[in-house]
Design a protein around this ligand. Structure first.
Ligand SMILES: NC(=O)c1ccc[n+]([C@@H]2O[C@H](COP(=O)([O-])OP(=O)(O)OC[C@H]3O[C@@H](n4cnc5c(N)ncnc54)[C@H](OP(=O)(O)O)[C@@H]3O)[C@@H](O)[C@H]2O)c1
Length: 253
């Protein structure tokens, strides 16, 4: 597999390491700002991708919509790890209709463990919600350089809770200067230090508390998931999420 990496920051570097360790070829690295000598191009254009089979993009929320349009219109398979664009998913799917051979897989969290964690949160939300005696809230913690908040994963988790916990239909991510309403879930974000990503969901009753936490130890889990997803994506057409890949991974065991 010939991979082009777009965005050569913390995650781009990890993708490079993981791809090499799996003996895949990194045929191009694109980043407008990095001073790393491995960079092939500062500009995202067809020639700069060196006929890659697939792109893995962990760049920046400010450019990601344009990047995705570029991958779709050039029908270059692309793994999108960059977060901060999910309000535009439906618009981009409409855009992709004119390019039937385009293929995109995206996720706010490429860790296979998080994909499974979300299944666990789904089941727990449905069970605890049915009792009528538990409340639910969530927190996420990320390193001090993260550009967006709440994290893409926290948004995915919030959606799962809203869909499955009886009586909750609204997510509040900003600071609350008032009492929370019974139908609201408070999802808070903390930024600081070097934490690669920690997500916790708490089911709390007057008598006890159940906490489900996913704690990424390093960025390797995101990078491995993204590289495996890239391999899976080649030859497929359409818009996919990591769950589509994990489903085939589990069902083929
Ligand atoms: N889905 C997942 O599993 C997952 C996991 C971790 C992170 N992420 C997301 O992935 C993205 C990158 O995270 P990171 O921790 O690697 O951040 P990072 O260290 O800041 O790396 C981003 C890199 O992309 C560069 N960049 C900025 N604009 C660009 C453009 N127009 N084209 C190409 N590259 C550009 C940045 O340059 P400058 O530093 O000069 O701006 C930087 O080198 C973020 O959106 C983050 O939330 C996703």
């Amino acid at each position: 597999m010939n991979i082009a990496i777009v965005g050569f920051g913390k995650m781009g570097n990890k993708i490079y390491e993981v791809a090499n360790s799996k003996h895949y070829n990194v045929v191009s690295i694109v980043d407008p700002y990095s001073k790393d000598e491995k960079i092939n191009s500062k500009e995202l254009k067809k020639e700069s991708l060196n006929n890659c089979d697939v792109v893995i993009d962990f760049s920046h929320p400010s450019c990601i919509q344009e990047n995705i349009k570029f991958y779709i219109s050039n029908e270059i398979p692309a793994v999108i790890g960059t977060t901060g664009w999910y309000d535009e998913v439906e618009n981009l799917k409409v855009f992709a209709k004119d390019y039937p051979n385009s293929s995109i897989i995206y996720s706010g969290n490429f860790s296979i463990g998080v994909s499974l964690y979300r299944e666990v949160v789904k089941l727990a939300s449905s069970l605890f919600g049915k009792t009528g005696s538990y409340d639910v809230f969530a927190n996420e913690i990320h390193h001090r350089e993260k550009a967006d908040s709440p994290s893409g994963t926290a948004k995915l988790i919030s959606d799962i809770i809203v869909e499955n916990f009886d009586g909750k239909d609204k997510v509040v991510t900003e600071r609350l200067d008032r009492k929370i309403e019974p139908n609201e879930i408070h999802v808070s974000s903390t930024r600081g230090g070097w934490i690669p990503g920690t997500h916790t969901v708490v089911f709390d009753s007057p008598f006890d508390s159940v906490e489900l936490t996913h704690r990424a130890r390093t960025r390797d889990g995101f990078a491995i998931g993204a590289v495996l997803a890239a391999n899976w994506l080649i030859g497929k057409k359409g818009f996919f999420t990591l769950d589509d890949f994990v489903e085939t991974l589990i069902n083929n065991r």
